[in-house]
Ligand binder design. Structure first.
Ligand SMILES: NC(=O)c1ccc[n+]([C@@H]2O[C@H](COP(=O)([O-])OP(=O)(O)OC[C@H]3O[C@@H](n4cnc5c(N)ncnc54)[C@H](OP(=O)(O)O)[C@@H]3O)[C@@H](O)[C@H]2O)c1
Length: 265
C-alpha cells in the first residue's frame, strides 16, 4: 500500500522549499499525493511546486507565510478553506547557535513559537480531524540535540526535546486509532541551513552527515512502526553510547564542548 492509499490524498509540509522539507515534498509527490507547501519565500517554494506538478502530475498549493506568527495556524486554516490534510510534516525550525544571553528573550520566544507552539497548533488542528476519520499521519522533525542539555544550542535543544516527547506521546495515544505519529530525530543533515552555520571541526562521537533524501526514506520506513527514530546508523550508535553508557554530566559536557569547537565559540 502506498502512502496515498494508506493515509489519503493530501499532505502538508511546513518548511518545504529546501533541504529536508523539499525532500519530503518530493517523496510525497512521487507517491501521488497532492501537496500544500509552506515557507516564507514564495519564489523557491513556487519553483519546487511547479517542478513537482510537472513531474508527478499532482496538485500543489503554496502558502507563503511565517510559521513564527502567533496566529499562523488560523491563517493556514483559512487559506485551506475546509480542504482536508491527511499527512502533516512539520519541518521548519529556528536555531540560534551561541550563548543564551546573546539573543533577546523575544528571539527565544520566536524560536519557541516556530519549533513548539505552531506545530502544537497544527497537530491539534489536523490531528483531531484525522482521528475523526480514523486515518492520517504526522511527522515531527526533531533533533539529537534534544536528548540532553546542549550548551550554546540551549533553546533549540529544549524545543526539540518538547517535539520528540510530543510525537512519542501522541504515537501512544493514537496508535490504535489509525493515526501514525513519529518523531524524526535527525543528526547532521546536508541542508543549506546546516551548511550556512559553517560547522568546522568535528569532535568525539560525531557521525557522518546524511543527505536529506536518506532522512526522508528512513522516516517513511519507520512511520507507523515506532514512536520516534534516530536517522542513520552512525547517529544511532553515537546516541546509544551517549544516552545509555556515559554518565549524564559527561554527555552534557561532550555536547557543549563539541558545539563550541564546531562553531569556534
Ligand atoms: N539540517 C540538520 O543538520 C538538522 C539536524 C537535526 C535536526 N534538523 C531538523 O530538521 C528540520 C529541517 O532542518 P533544515 O536544516 O532543513 O532547515 P530549516 O531552516 O529548519 O527549514 C528549511 C525550510 O523551512 C522554511 N522555514 C524556515 N523558517 C520558517 C518560518 N519561520 N516560516 C515558514 N517557513 C520557514 C524554509 O523556507 P523559508 O526560508 O523561505 O521560510 C525552508 O523551506 C528542522 O526541524 C531541524 O531542527 C536538521
Amino acid at each position: 500500500m502506498n502512502l496515498k492509499q494508506k493515509y489519503g490524498q493530501t499532505a502538508l509540509v511546513a518548511g518545504a522549499s529546501e533541504g529536508i522539507g523539499a525532500a519530503f515534498a518530493t517523496r510525497l509527490a512521487l507517491e501521488g499525493m497532492d501537496l500544500v507547501l509552506i515557507a516564507r519565500r514564495i519564489q523557491p517554494l513556487q519553483q519546487l511546486a511547479d517542478l513537482l506538478e510537472n513531474k508527478y502530475k499532482v496538485n500543489v498549493l503554496c502558502i507563503p507565510c511565517d510559521l513564527g506568527g502567533t496566529d499562523v495556524s488560523h491563517q493556514i486554516q483559512e487559506t485551506l478553506n475546509g480542504r482536508e490534510i491527511n499527512l502533516l510534516v512539520y519541518n521548519a525550525a529556528l536555531s540560534f547557535i551561541g550563548p543564551f544571553t546573546g539573543n533577546s528573550a523575544g528571539d527565544h520566544f520566536r524560536a519557541a513559537q516556530i519549533n513548539m507552539l505552531t506545530p502544537l497548533n497544527l497537530v491539534h488542528l489536523f490531528g483531531e480531524k484525522m482521528l475523526t476519520k480514523g486515518k492520517g499521519a504526522i511527522i515531527l522533525m526533531t533533533s539529537l540535540a534534544g536528548f540532553q542539555g546542549s550548551g550554546y544550542l540551549s533553546v533549540y535543544a529544549a524545543t526539540k526535546a518538547f517535539t520528540r516527547v510530543l510525537a512519542e506521546s501522541l504515537w501512544y495515544e493514537w496508535k490504535n486509532k489509525g493515526v501514525d505519529v513519529i518523531g524524526c530525530i535527525a543528526g547532521a543533515t546536508a541542508t543549506l541551513n546546516y551548511r550556512n552555520t559553517n560547522p568546522d571541526k568535528t569532535g568525539f562521537l560525531t557521525p557522518k552527515v546524511l543527505a536529506p533524501g536518506e532522512v526522508v526514506n528512513e522516516c517513511f520506513r519507520k512511520l507507523g512502526k515506532q514512536p520516534s527514530f534516530i536517522t542513520g546508523r552512525g547517529n544511532r550508535l553515537a546516541s546509544f553510547i551517549m544516552q545509555r553508557i556515559l554518565p549524564r554530566k559527561m554527555v552534557v559536557n561532550i555536547m557543549g564542548d563539541n558545539t563550541r569547537k564546531m562553531y569556534g565559540l
